[in-house]
Design a protein around this ligand. Structure first.
Ligand SMILES: [Zn+2]
Length: 320
């Protein structure tokens, strides 16, 4: 029972294994940590152990096969594209008002729980305050501070840490069959998460990243280009967040490149040409980092991602 399908997180695995072995399972877990790091996978793996006839996630018994097919009636997964609303909370209360159908227990996974509306969160709170026995919640979030304290305080917290560069490199090389050079680059630019690496594996995302680097370095100029690159970069919440994170890493690389000269600490190793082409000014780097951080903050509460991104590029390139 080693949760061997999941990369890294050994401490978290031991912690979860302890509950399974002692058959003393908290009624609510809070899995928190960076996006794309394996939190949801870990919750599903835990449920496989919980439901399996041999308690070992054998993969061949009836419950294991049903989980594999996504058709186990005692696993409820809430994961909305937008936000988690009151209808989702009502669905949960309806489900848990009944006995589990096939397993001894029911598992409710709430992914991206930070997107819960206040109404949904209040309803969920009532549910987990006095949950009917044999119901186990897995509340998953990459933004713990957006989960109301009243809910957090009723959960067993399992914080997930970033994966190491070596773990990521092995994953991309072995599991994804990517050549050593690209696997090494992906591990470096993935911000410690598998999801991050997979994001940059997408050709469109990767090419926008290069276009952004060229705009920052001054190799590409012009408002129309900046505006269209900003539009592509910000087409979803996720792409906007990732490209903002990239911009931060690019400016940190500029600092490293010109202040320390230590090439081994550069993250965006494939962008050496763009880093070299940038006219370095420490004040500009500092101001730009502040502006990017401010954009990250504003974007959490503002729907006009394109405008924010476009303004950011104008401010950075116009303020050298
Ligand atoms: Zn099984």
């Amino acid at each position: 029972m080693a949760f061997e399908n999941i990369i890294g997180h050994d401490r978290q695995k031991r912690f979860l294994k302890y509950f399974l072995e002692n058959k003393n399972i908290p009624h609510a877990f809070l899995f928190c940590g960076q996006e794309g790091i394996g939190k949801r996978k870990m919750a599903l793996e835990f449920v496989r152990h919980l439901f399996c006839e041999t308690r070992d996630a054998c993969g061949t018994c009836r419950p294991c096969l049903k989980l594999e097919r996504g058709s186990h009636p005692d696993l409820v997964v809430i994961q909305n594209e937008g936000s988690i609303g009151i209808d989702d909370s009502r669905l949960i209360s309806k489900e848990i008002s009944e006995h589990p159908f096939e397993a001894e227990k029911r598992a409710i996974i709430i992914d991206n729980a930070e997107t819960m509306t206040t109404e949904a969160a209040n309803a969920l709170l009532k549910t987990i305050e006095e949950p009917p026995p044999n119901n186990h919640f897995f509340i998953i979030t990459s933004s713990e501070r957006d989960i109301p304290m009243t809910i957090r305080s009723r959960c067993t917290r399992v914080p997930f840490s970033l994966l190491s560069t070596a773990q990521l490199e092995n994953y991309f090389h072995d599991a994804k069959d990517i050549g050593p050079e690209r696997a090494s680059l992906l591990s470096s630019i993935s911000f410690g998460s598998i999801g991050g690496g997979l994001f940059w594996l997408d050709d469109e995302n990767f090419s926008i990243r290069l276009k952004l680097a060229r705009i920052i370095s001054g190799q590409t100029t012009g408002f129309v280009t900046s505006s269209s690159v900003a539009e592509m970069a910000s087409r979803t919440d996720r792409t906007a967040a990732m490209h903002l994170a990239f911009l931060l890493s690019f400016f940190r690389d500029l600092f490293v490149r010109y202040e320390t000269g230590d090439a081994s600490r550069i993250v965006n190793t494939d962008l050496a040409g763009e880093l070299d082409a940038t006219r370095y000014d420490p004040g500009w780097v500092e101001r730009s980092i502040k502006r990017i951080q401010e954009s990250v903050r504003v974007m959490r509460y503002n729907v006009n991602r394109w405008l924010i991104f476009e303004n950011l590029l104008i401010q950075i390139t116009g303020n050298r």
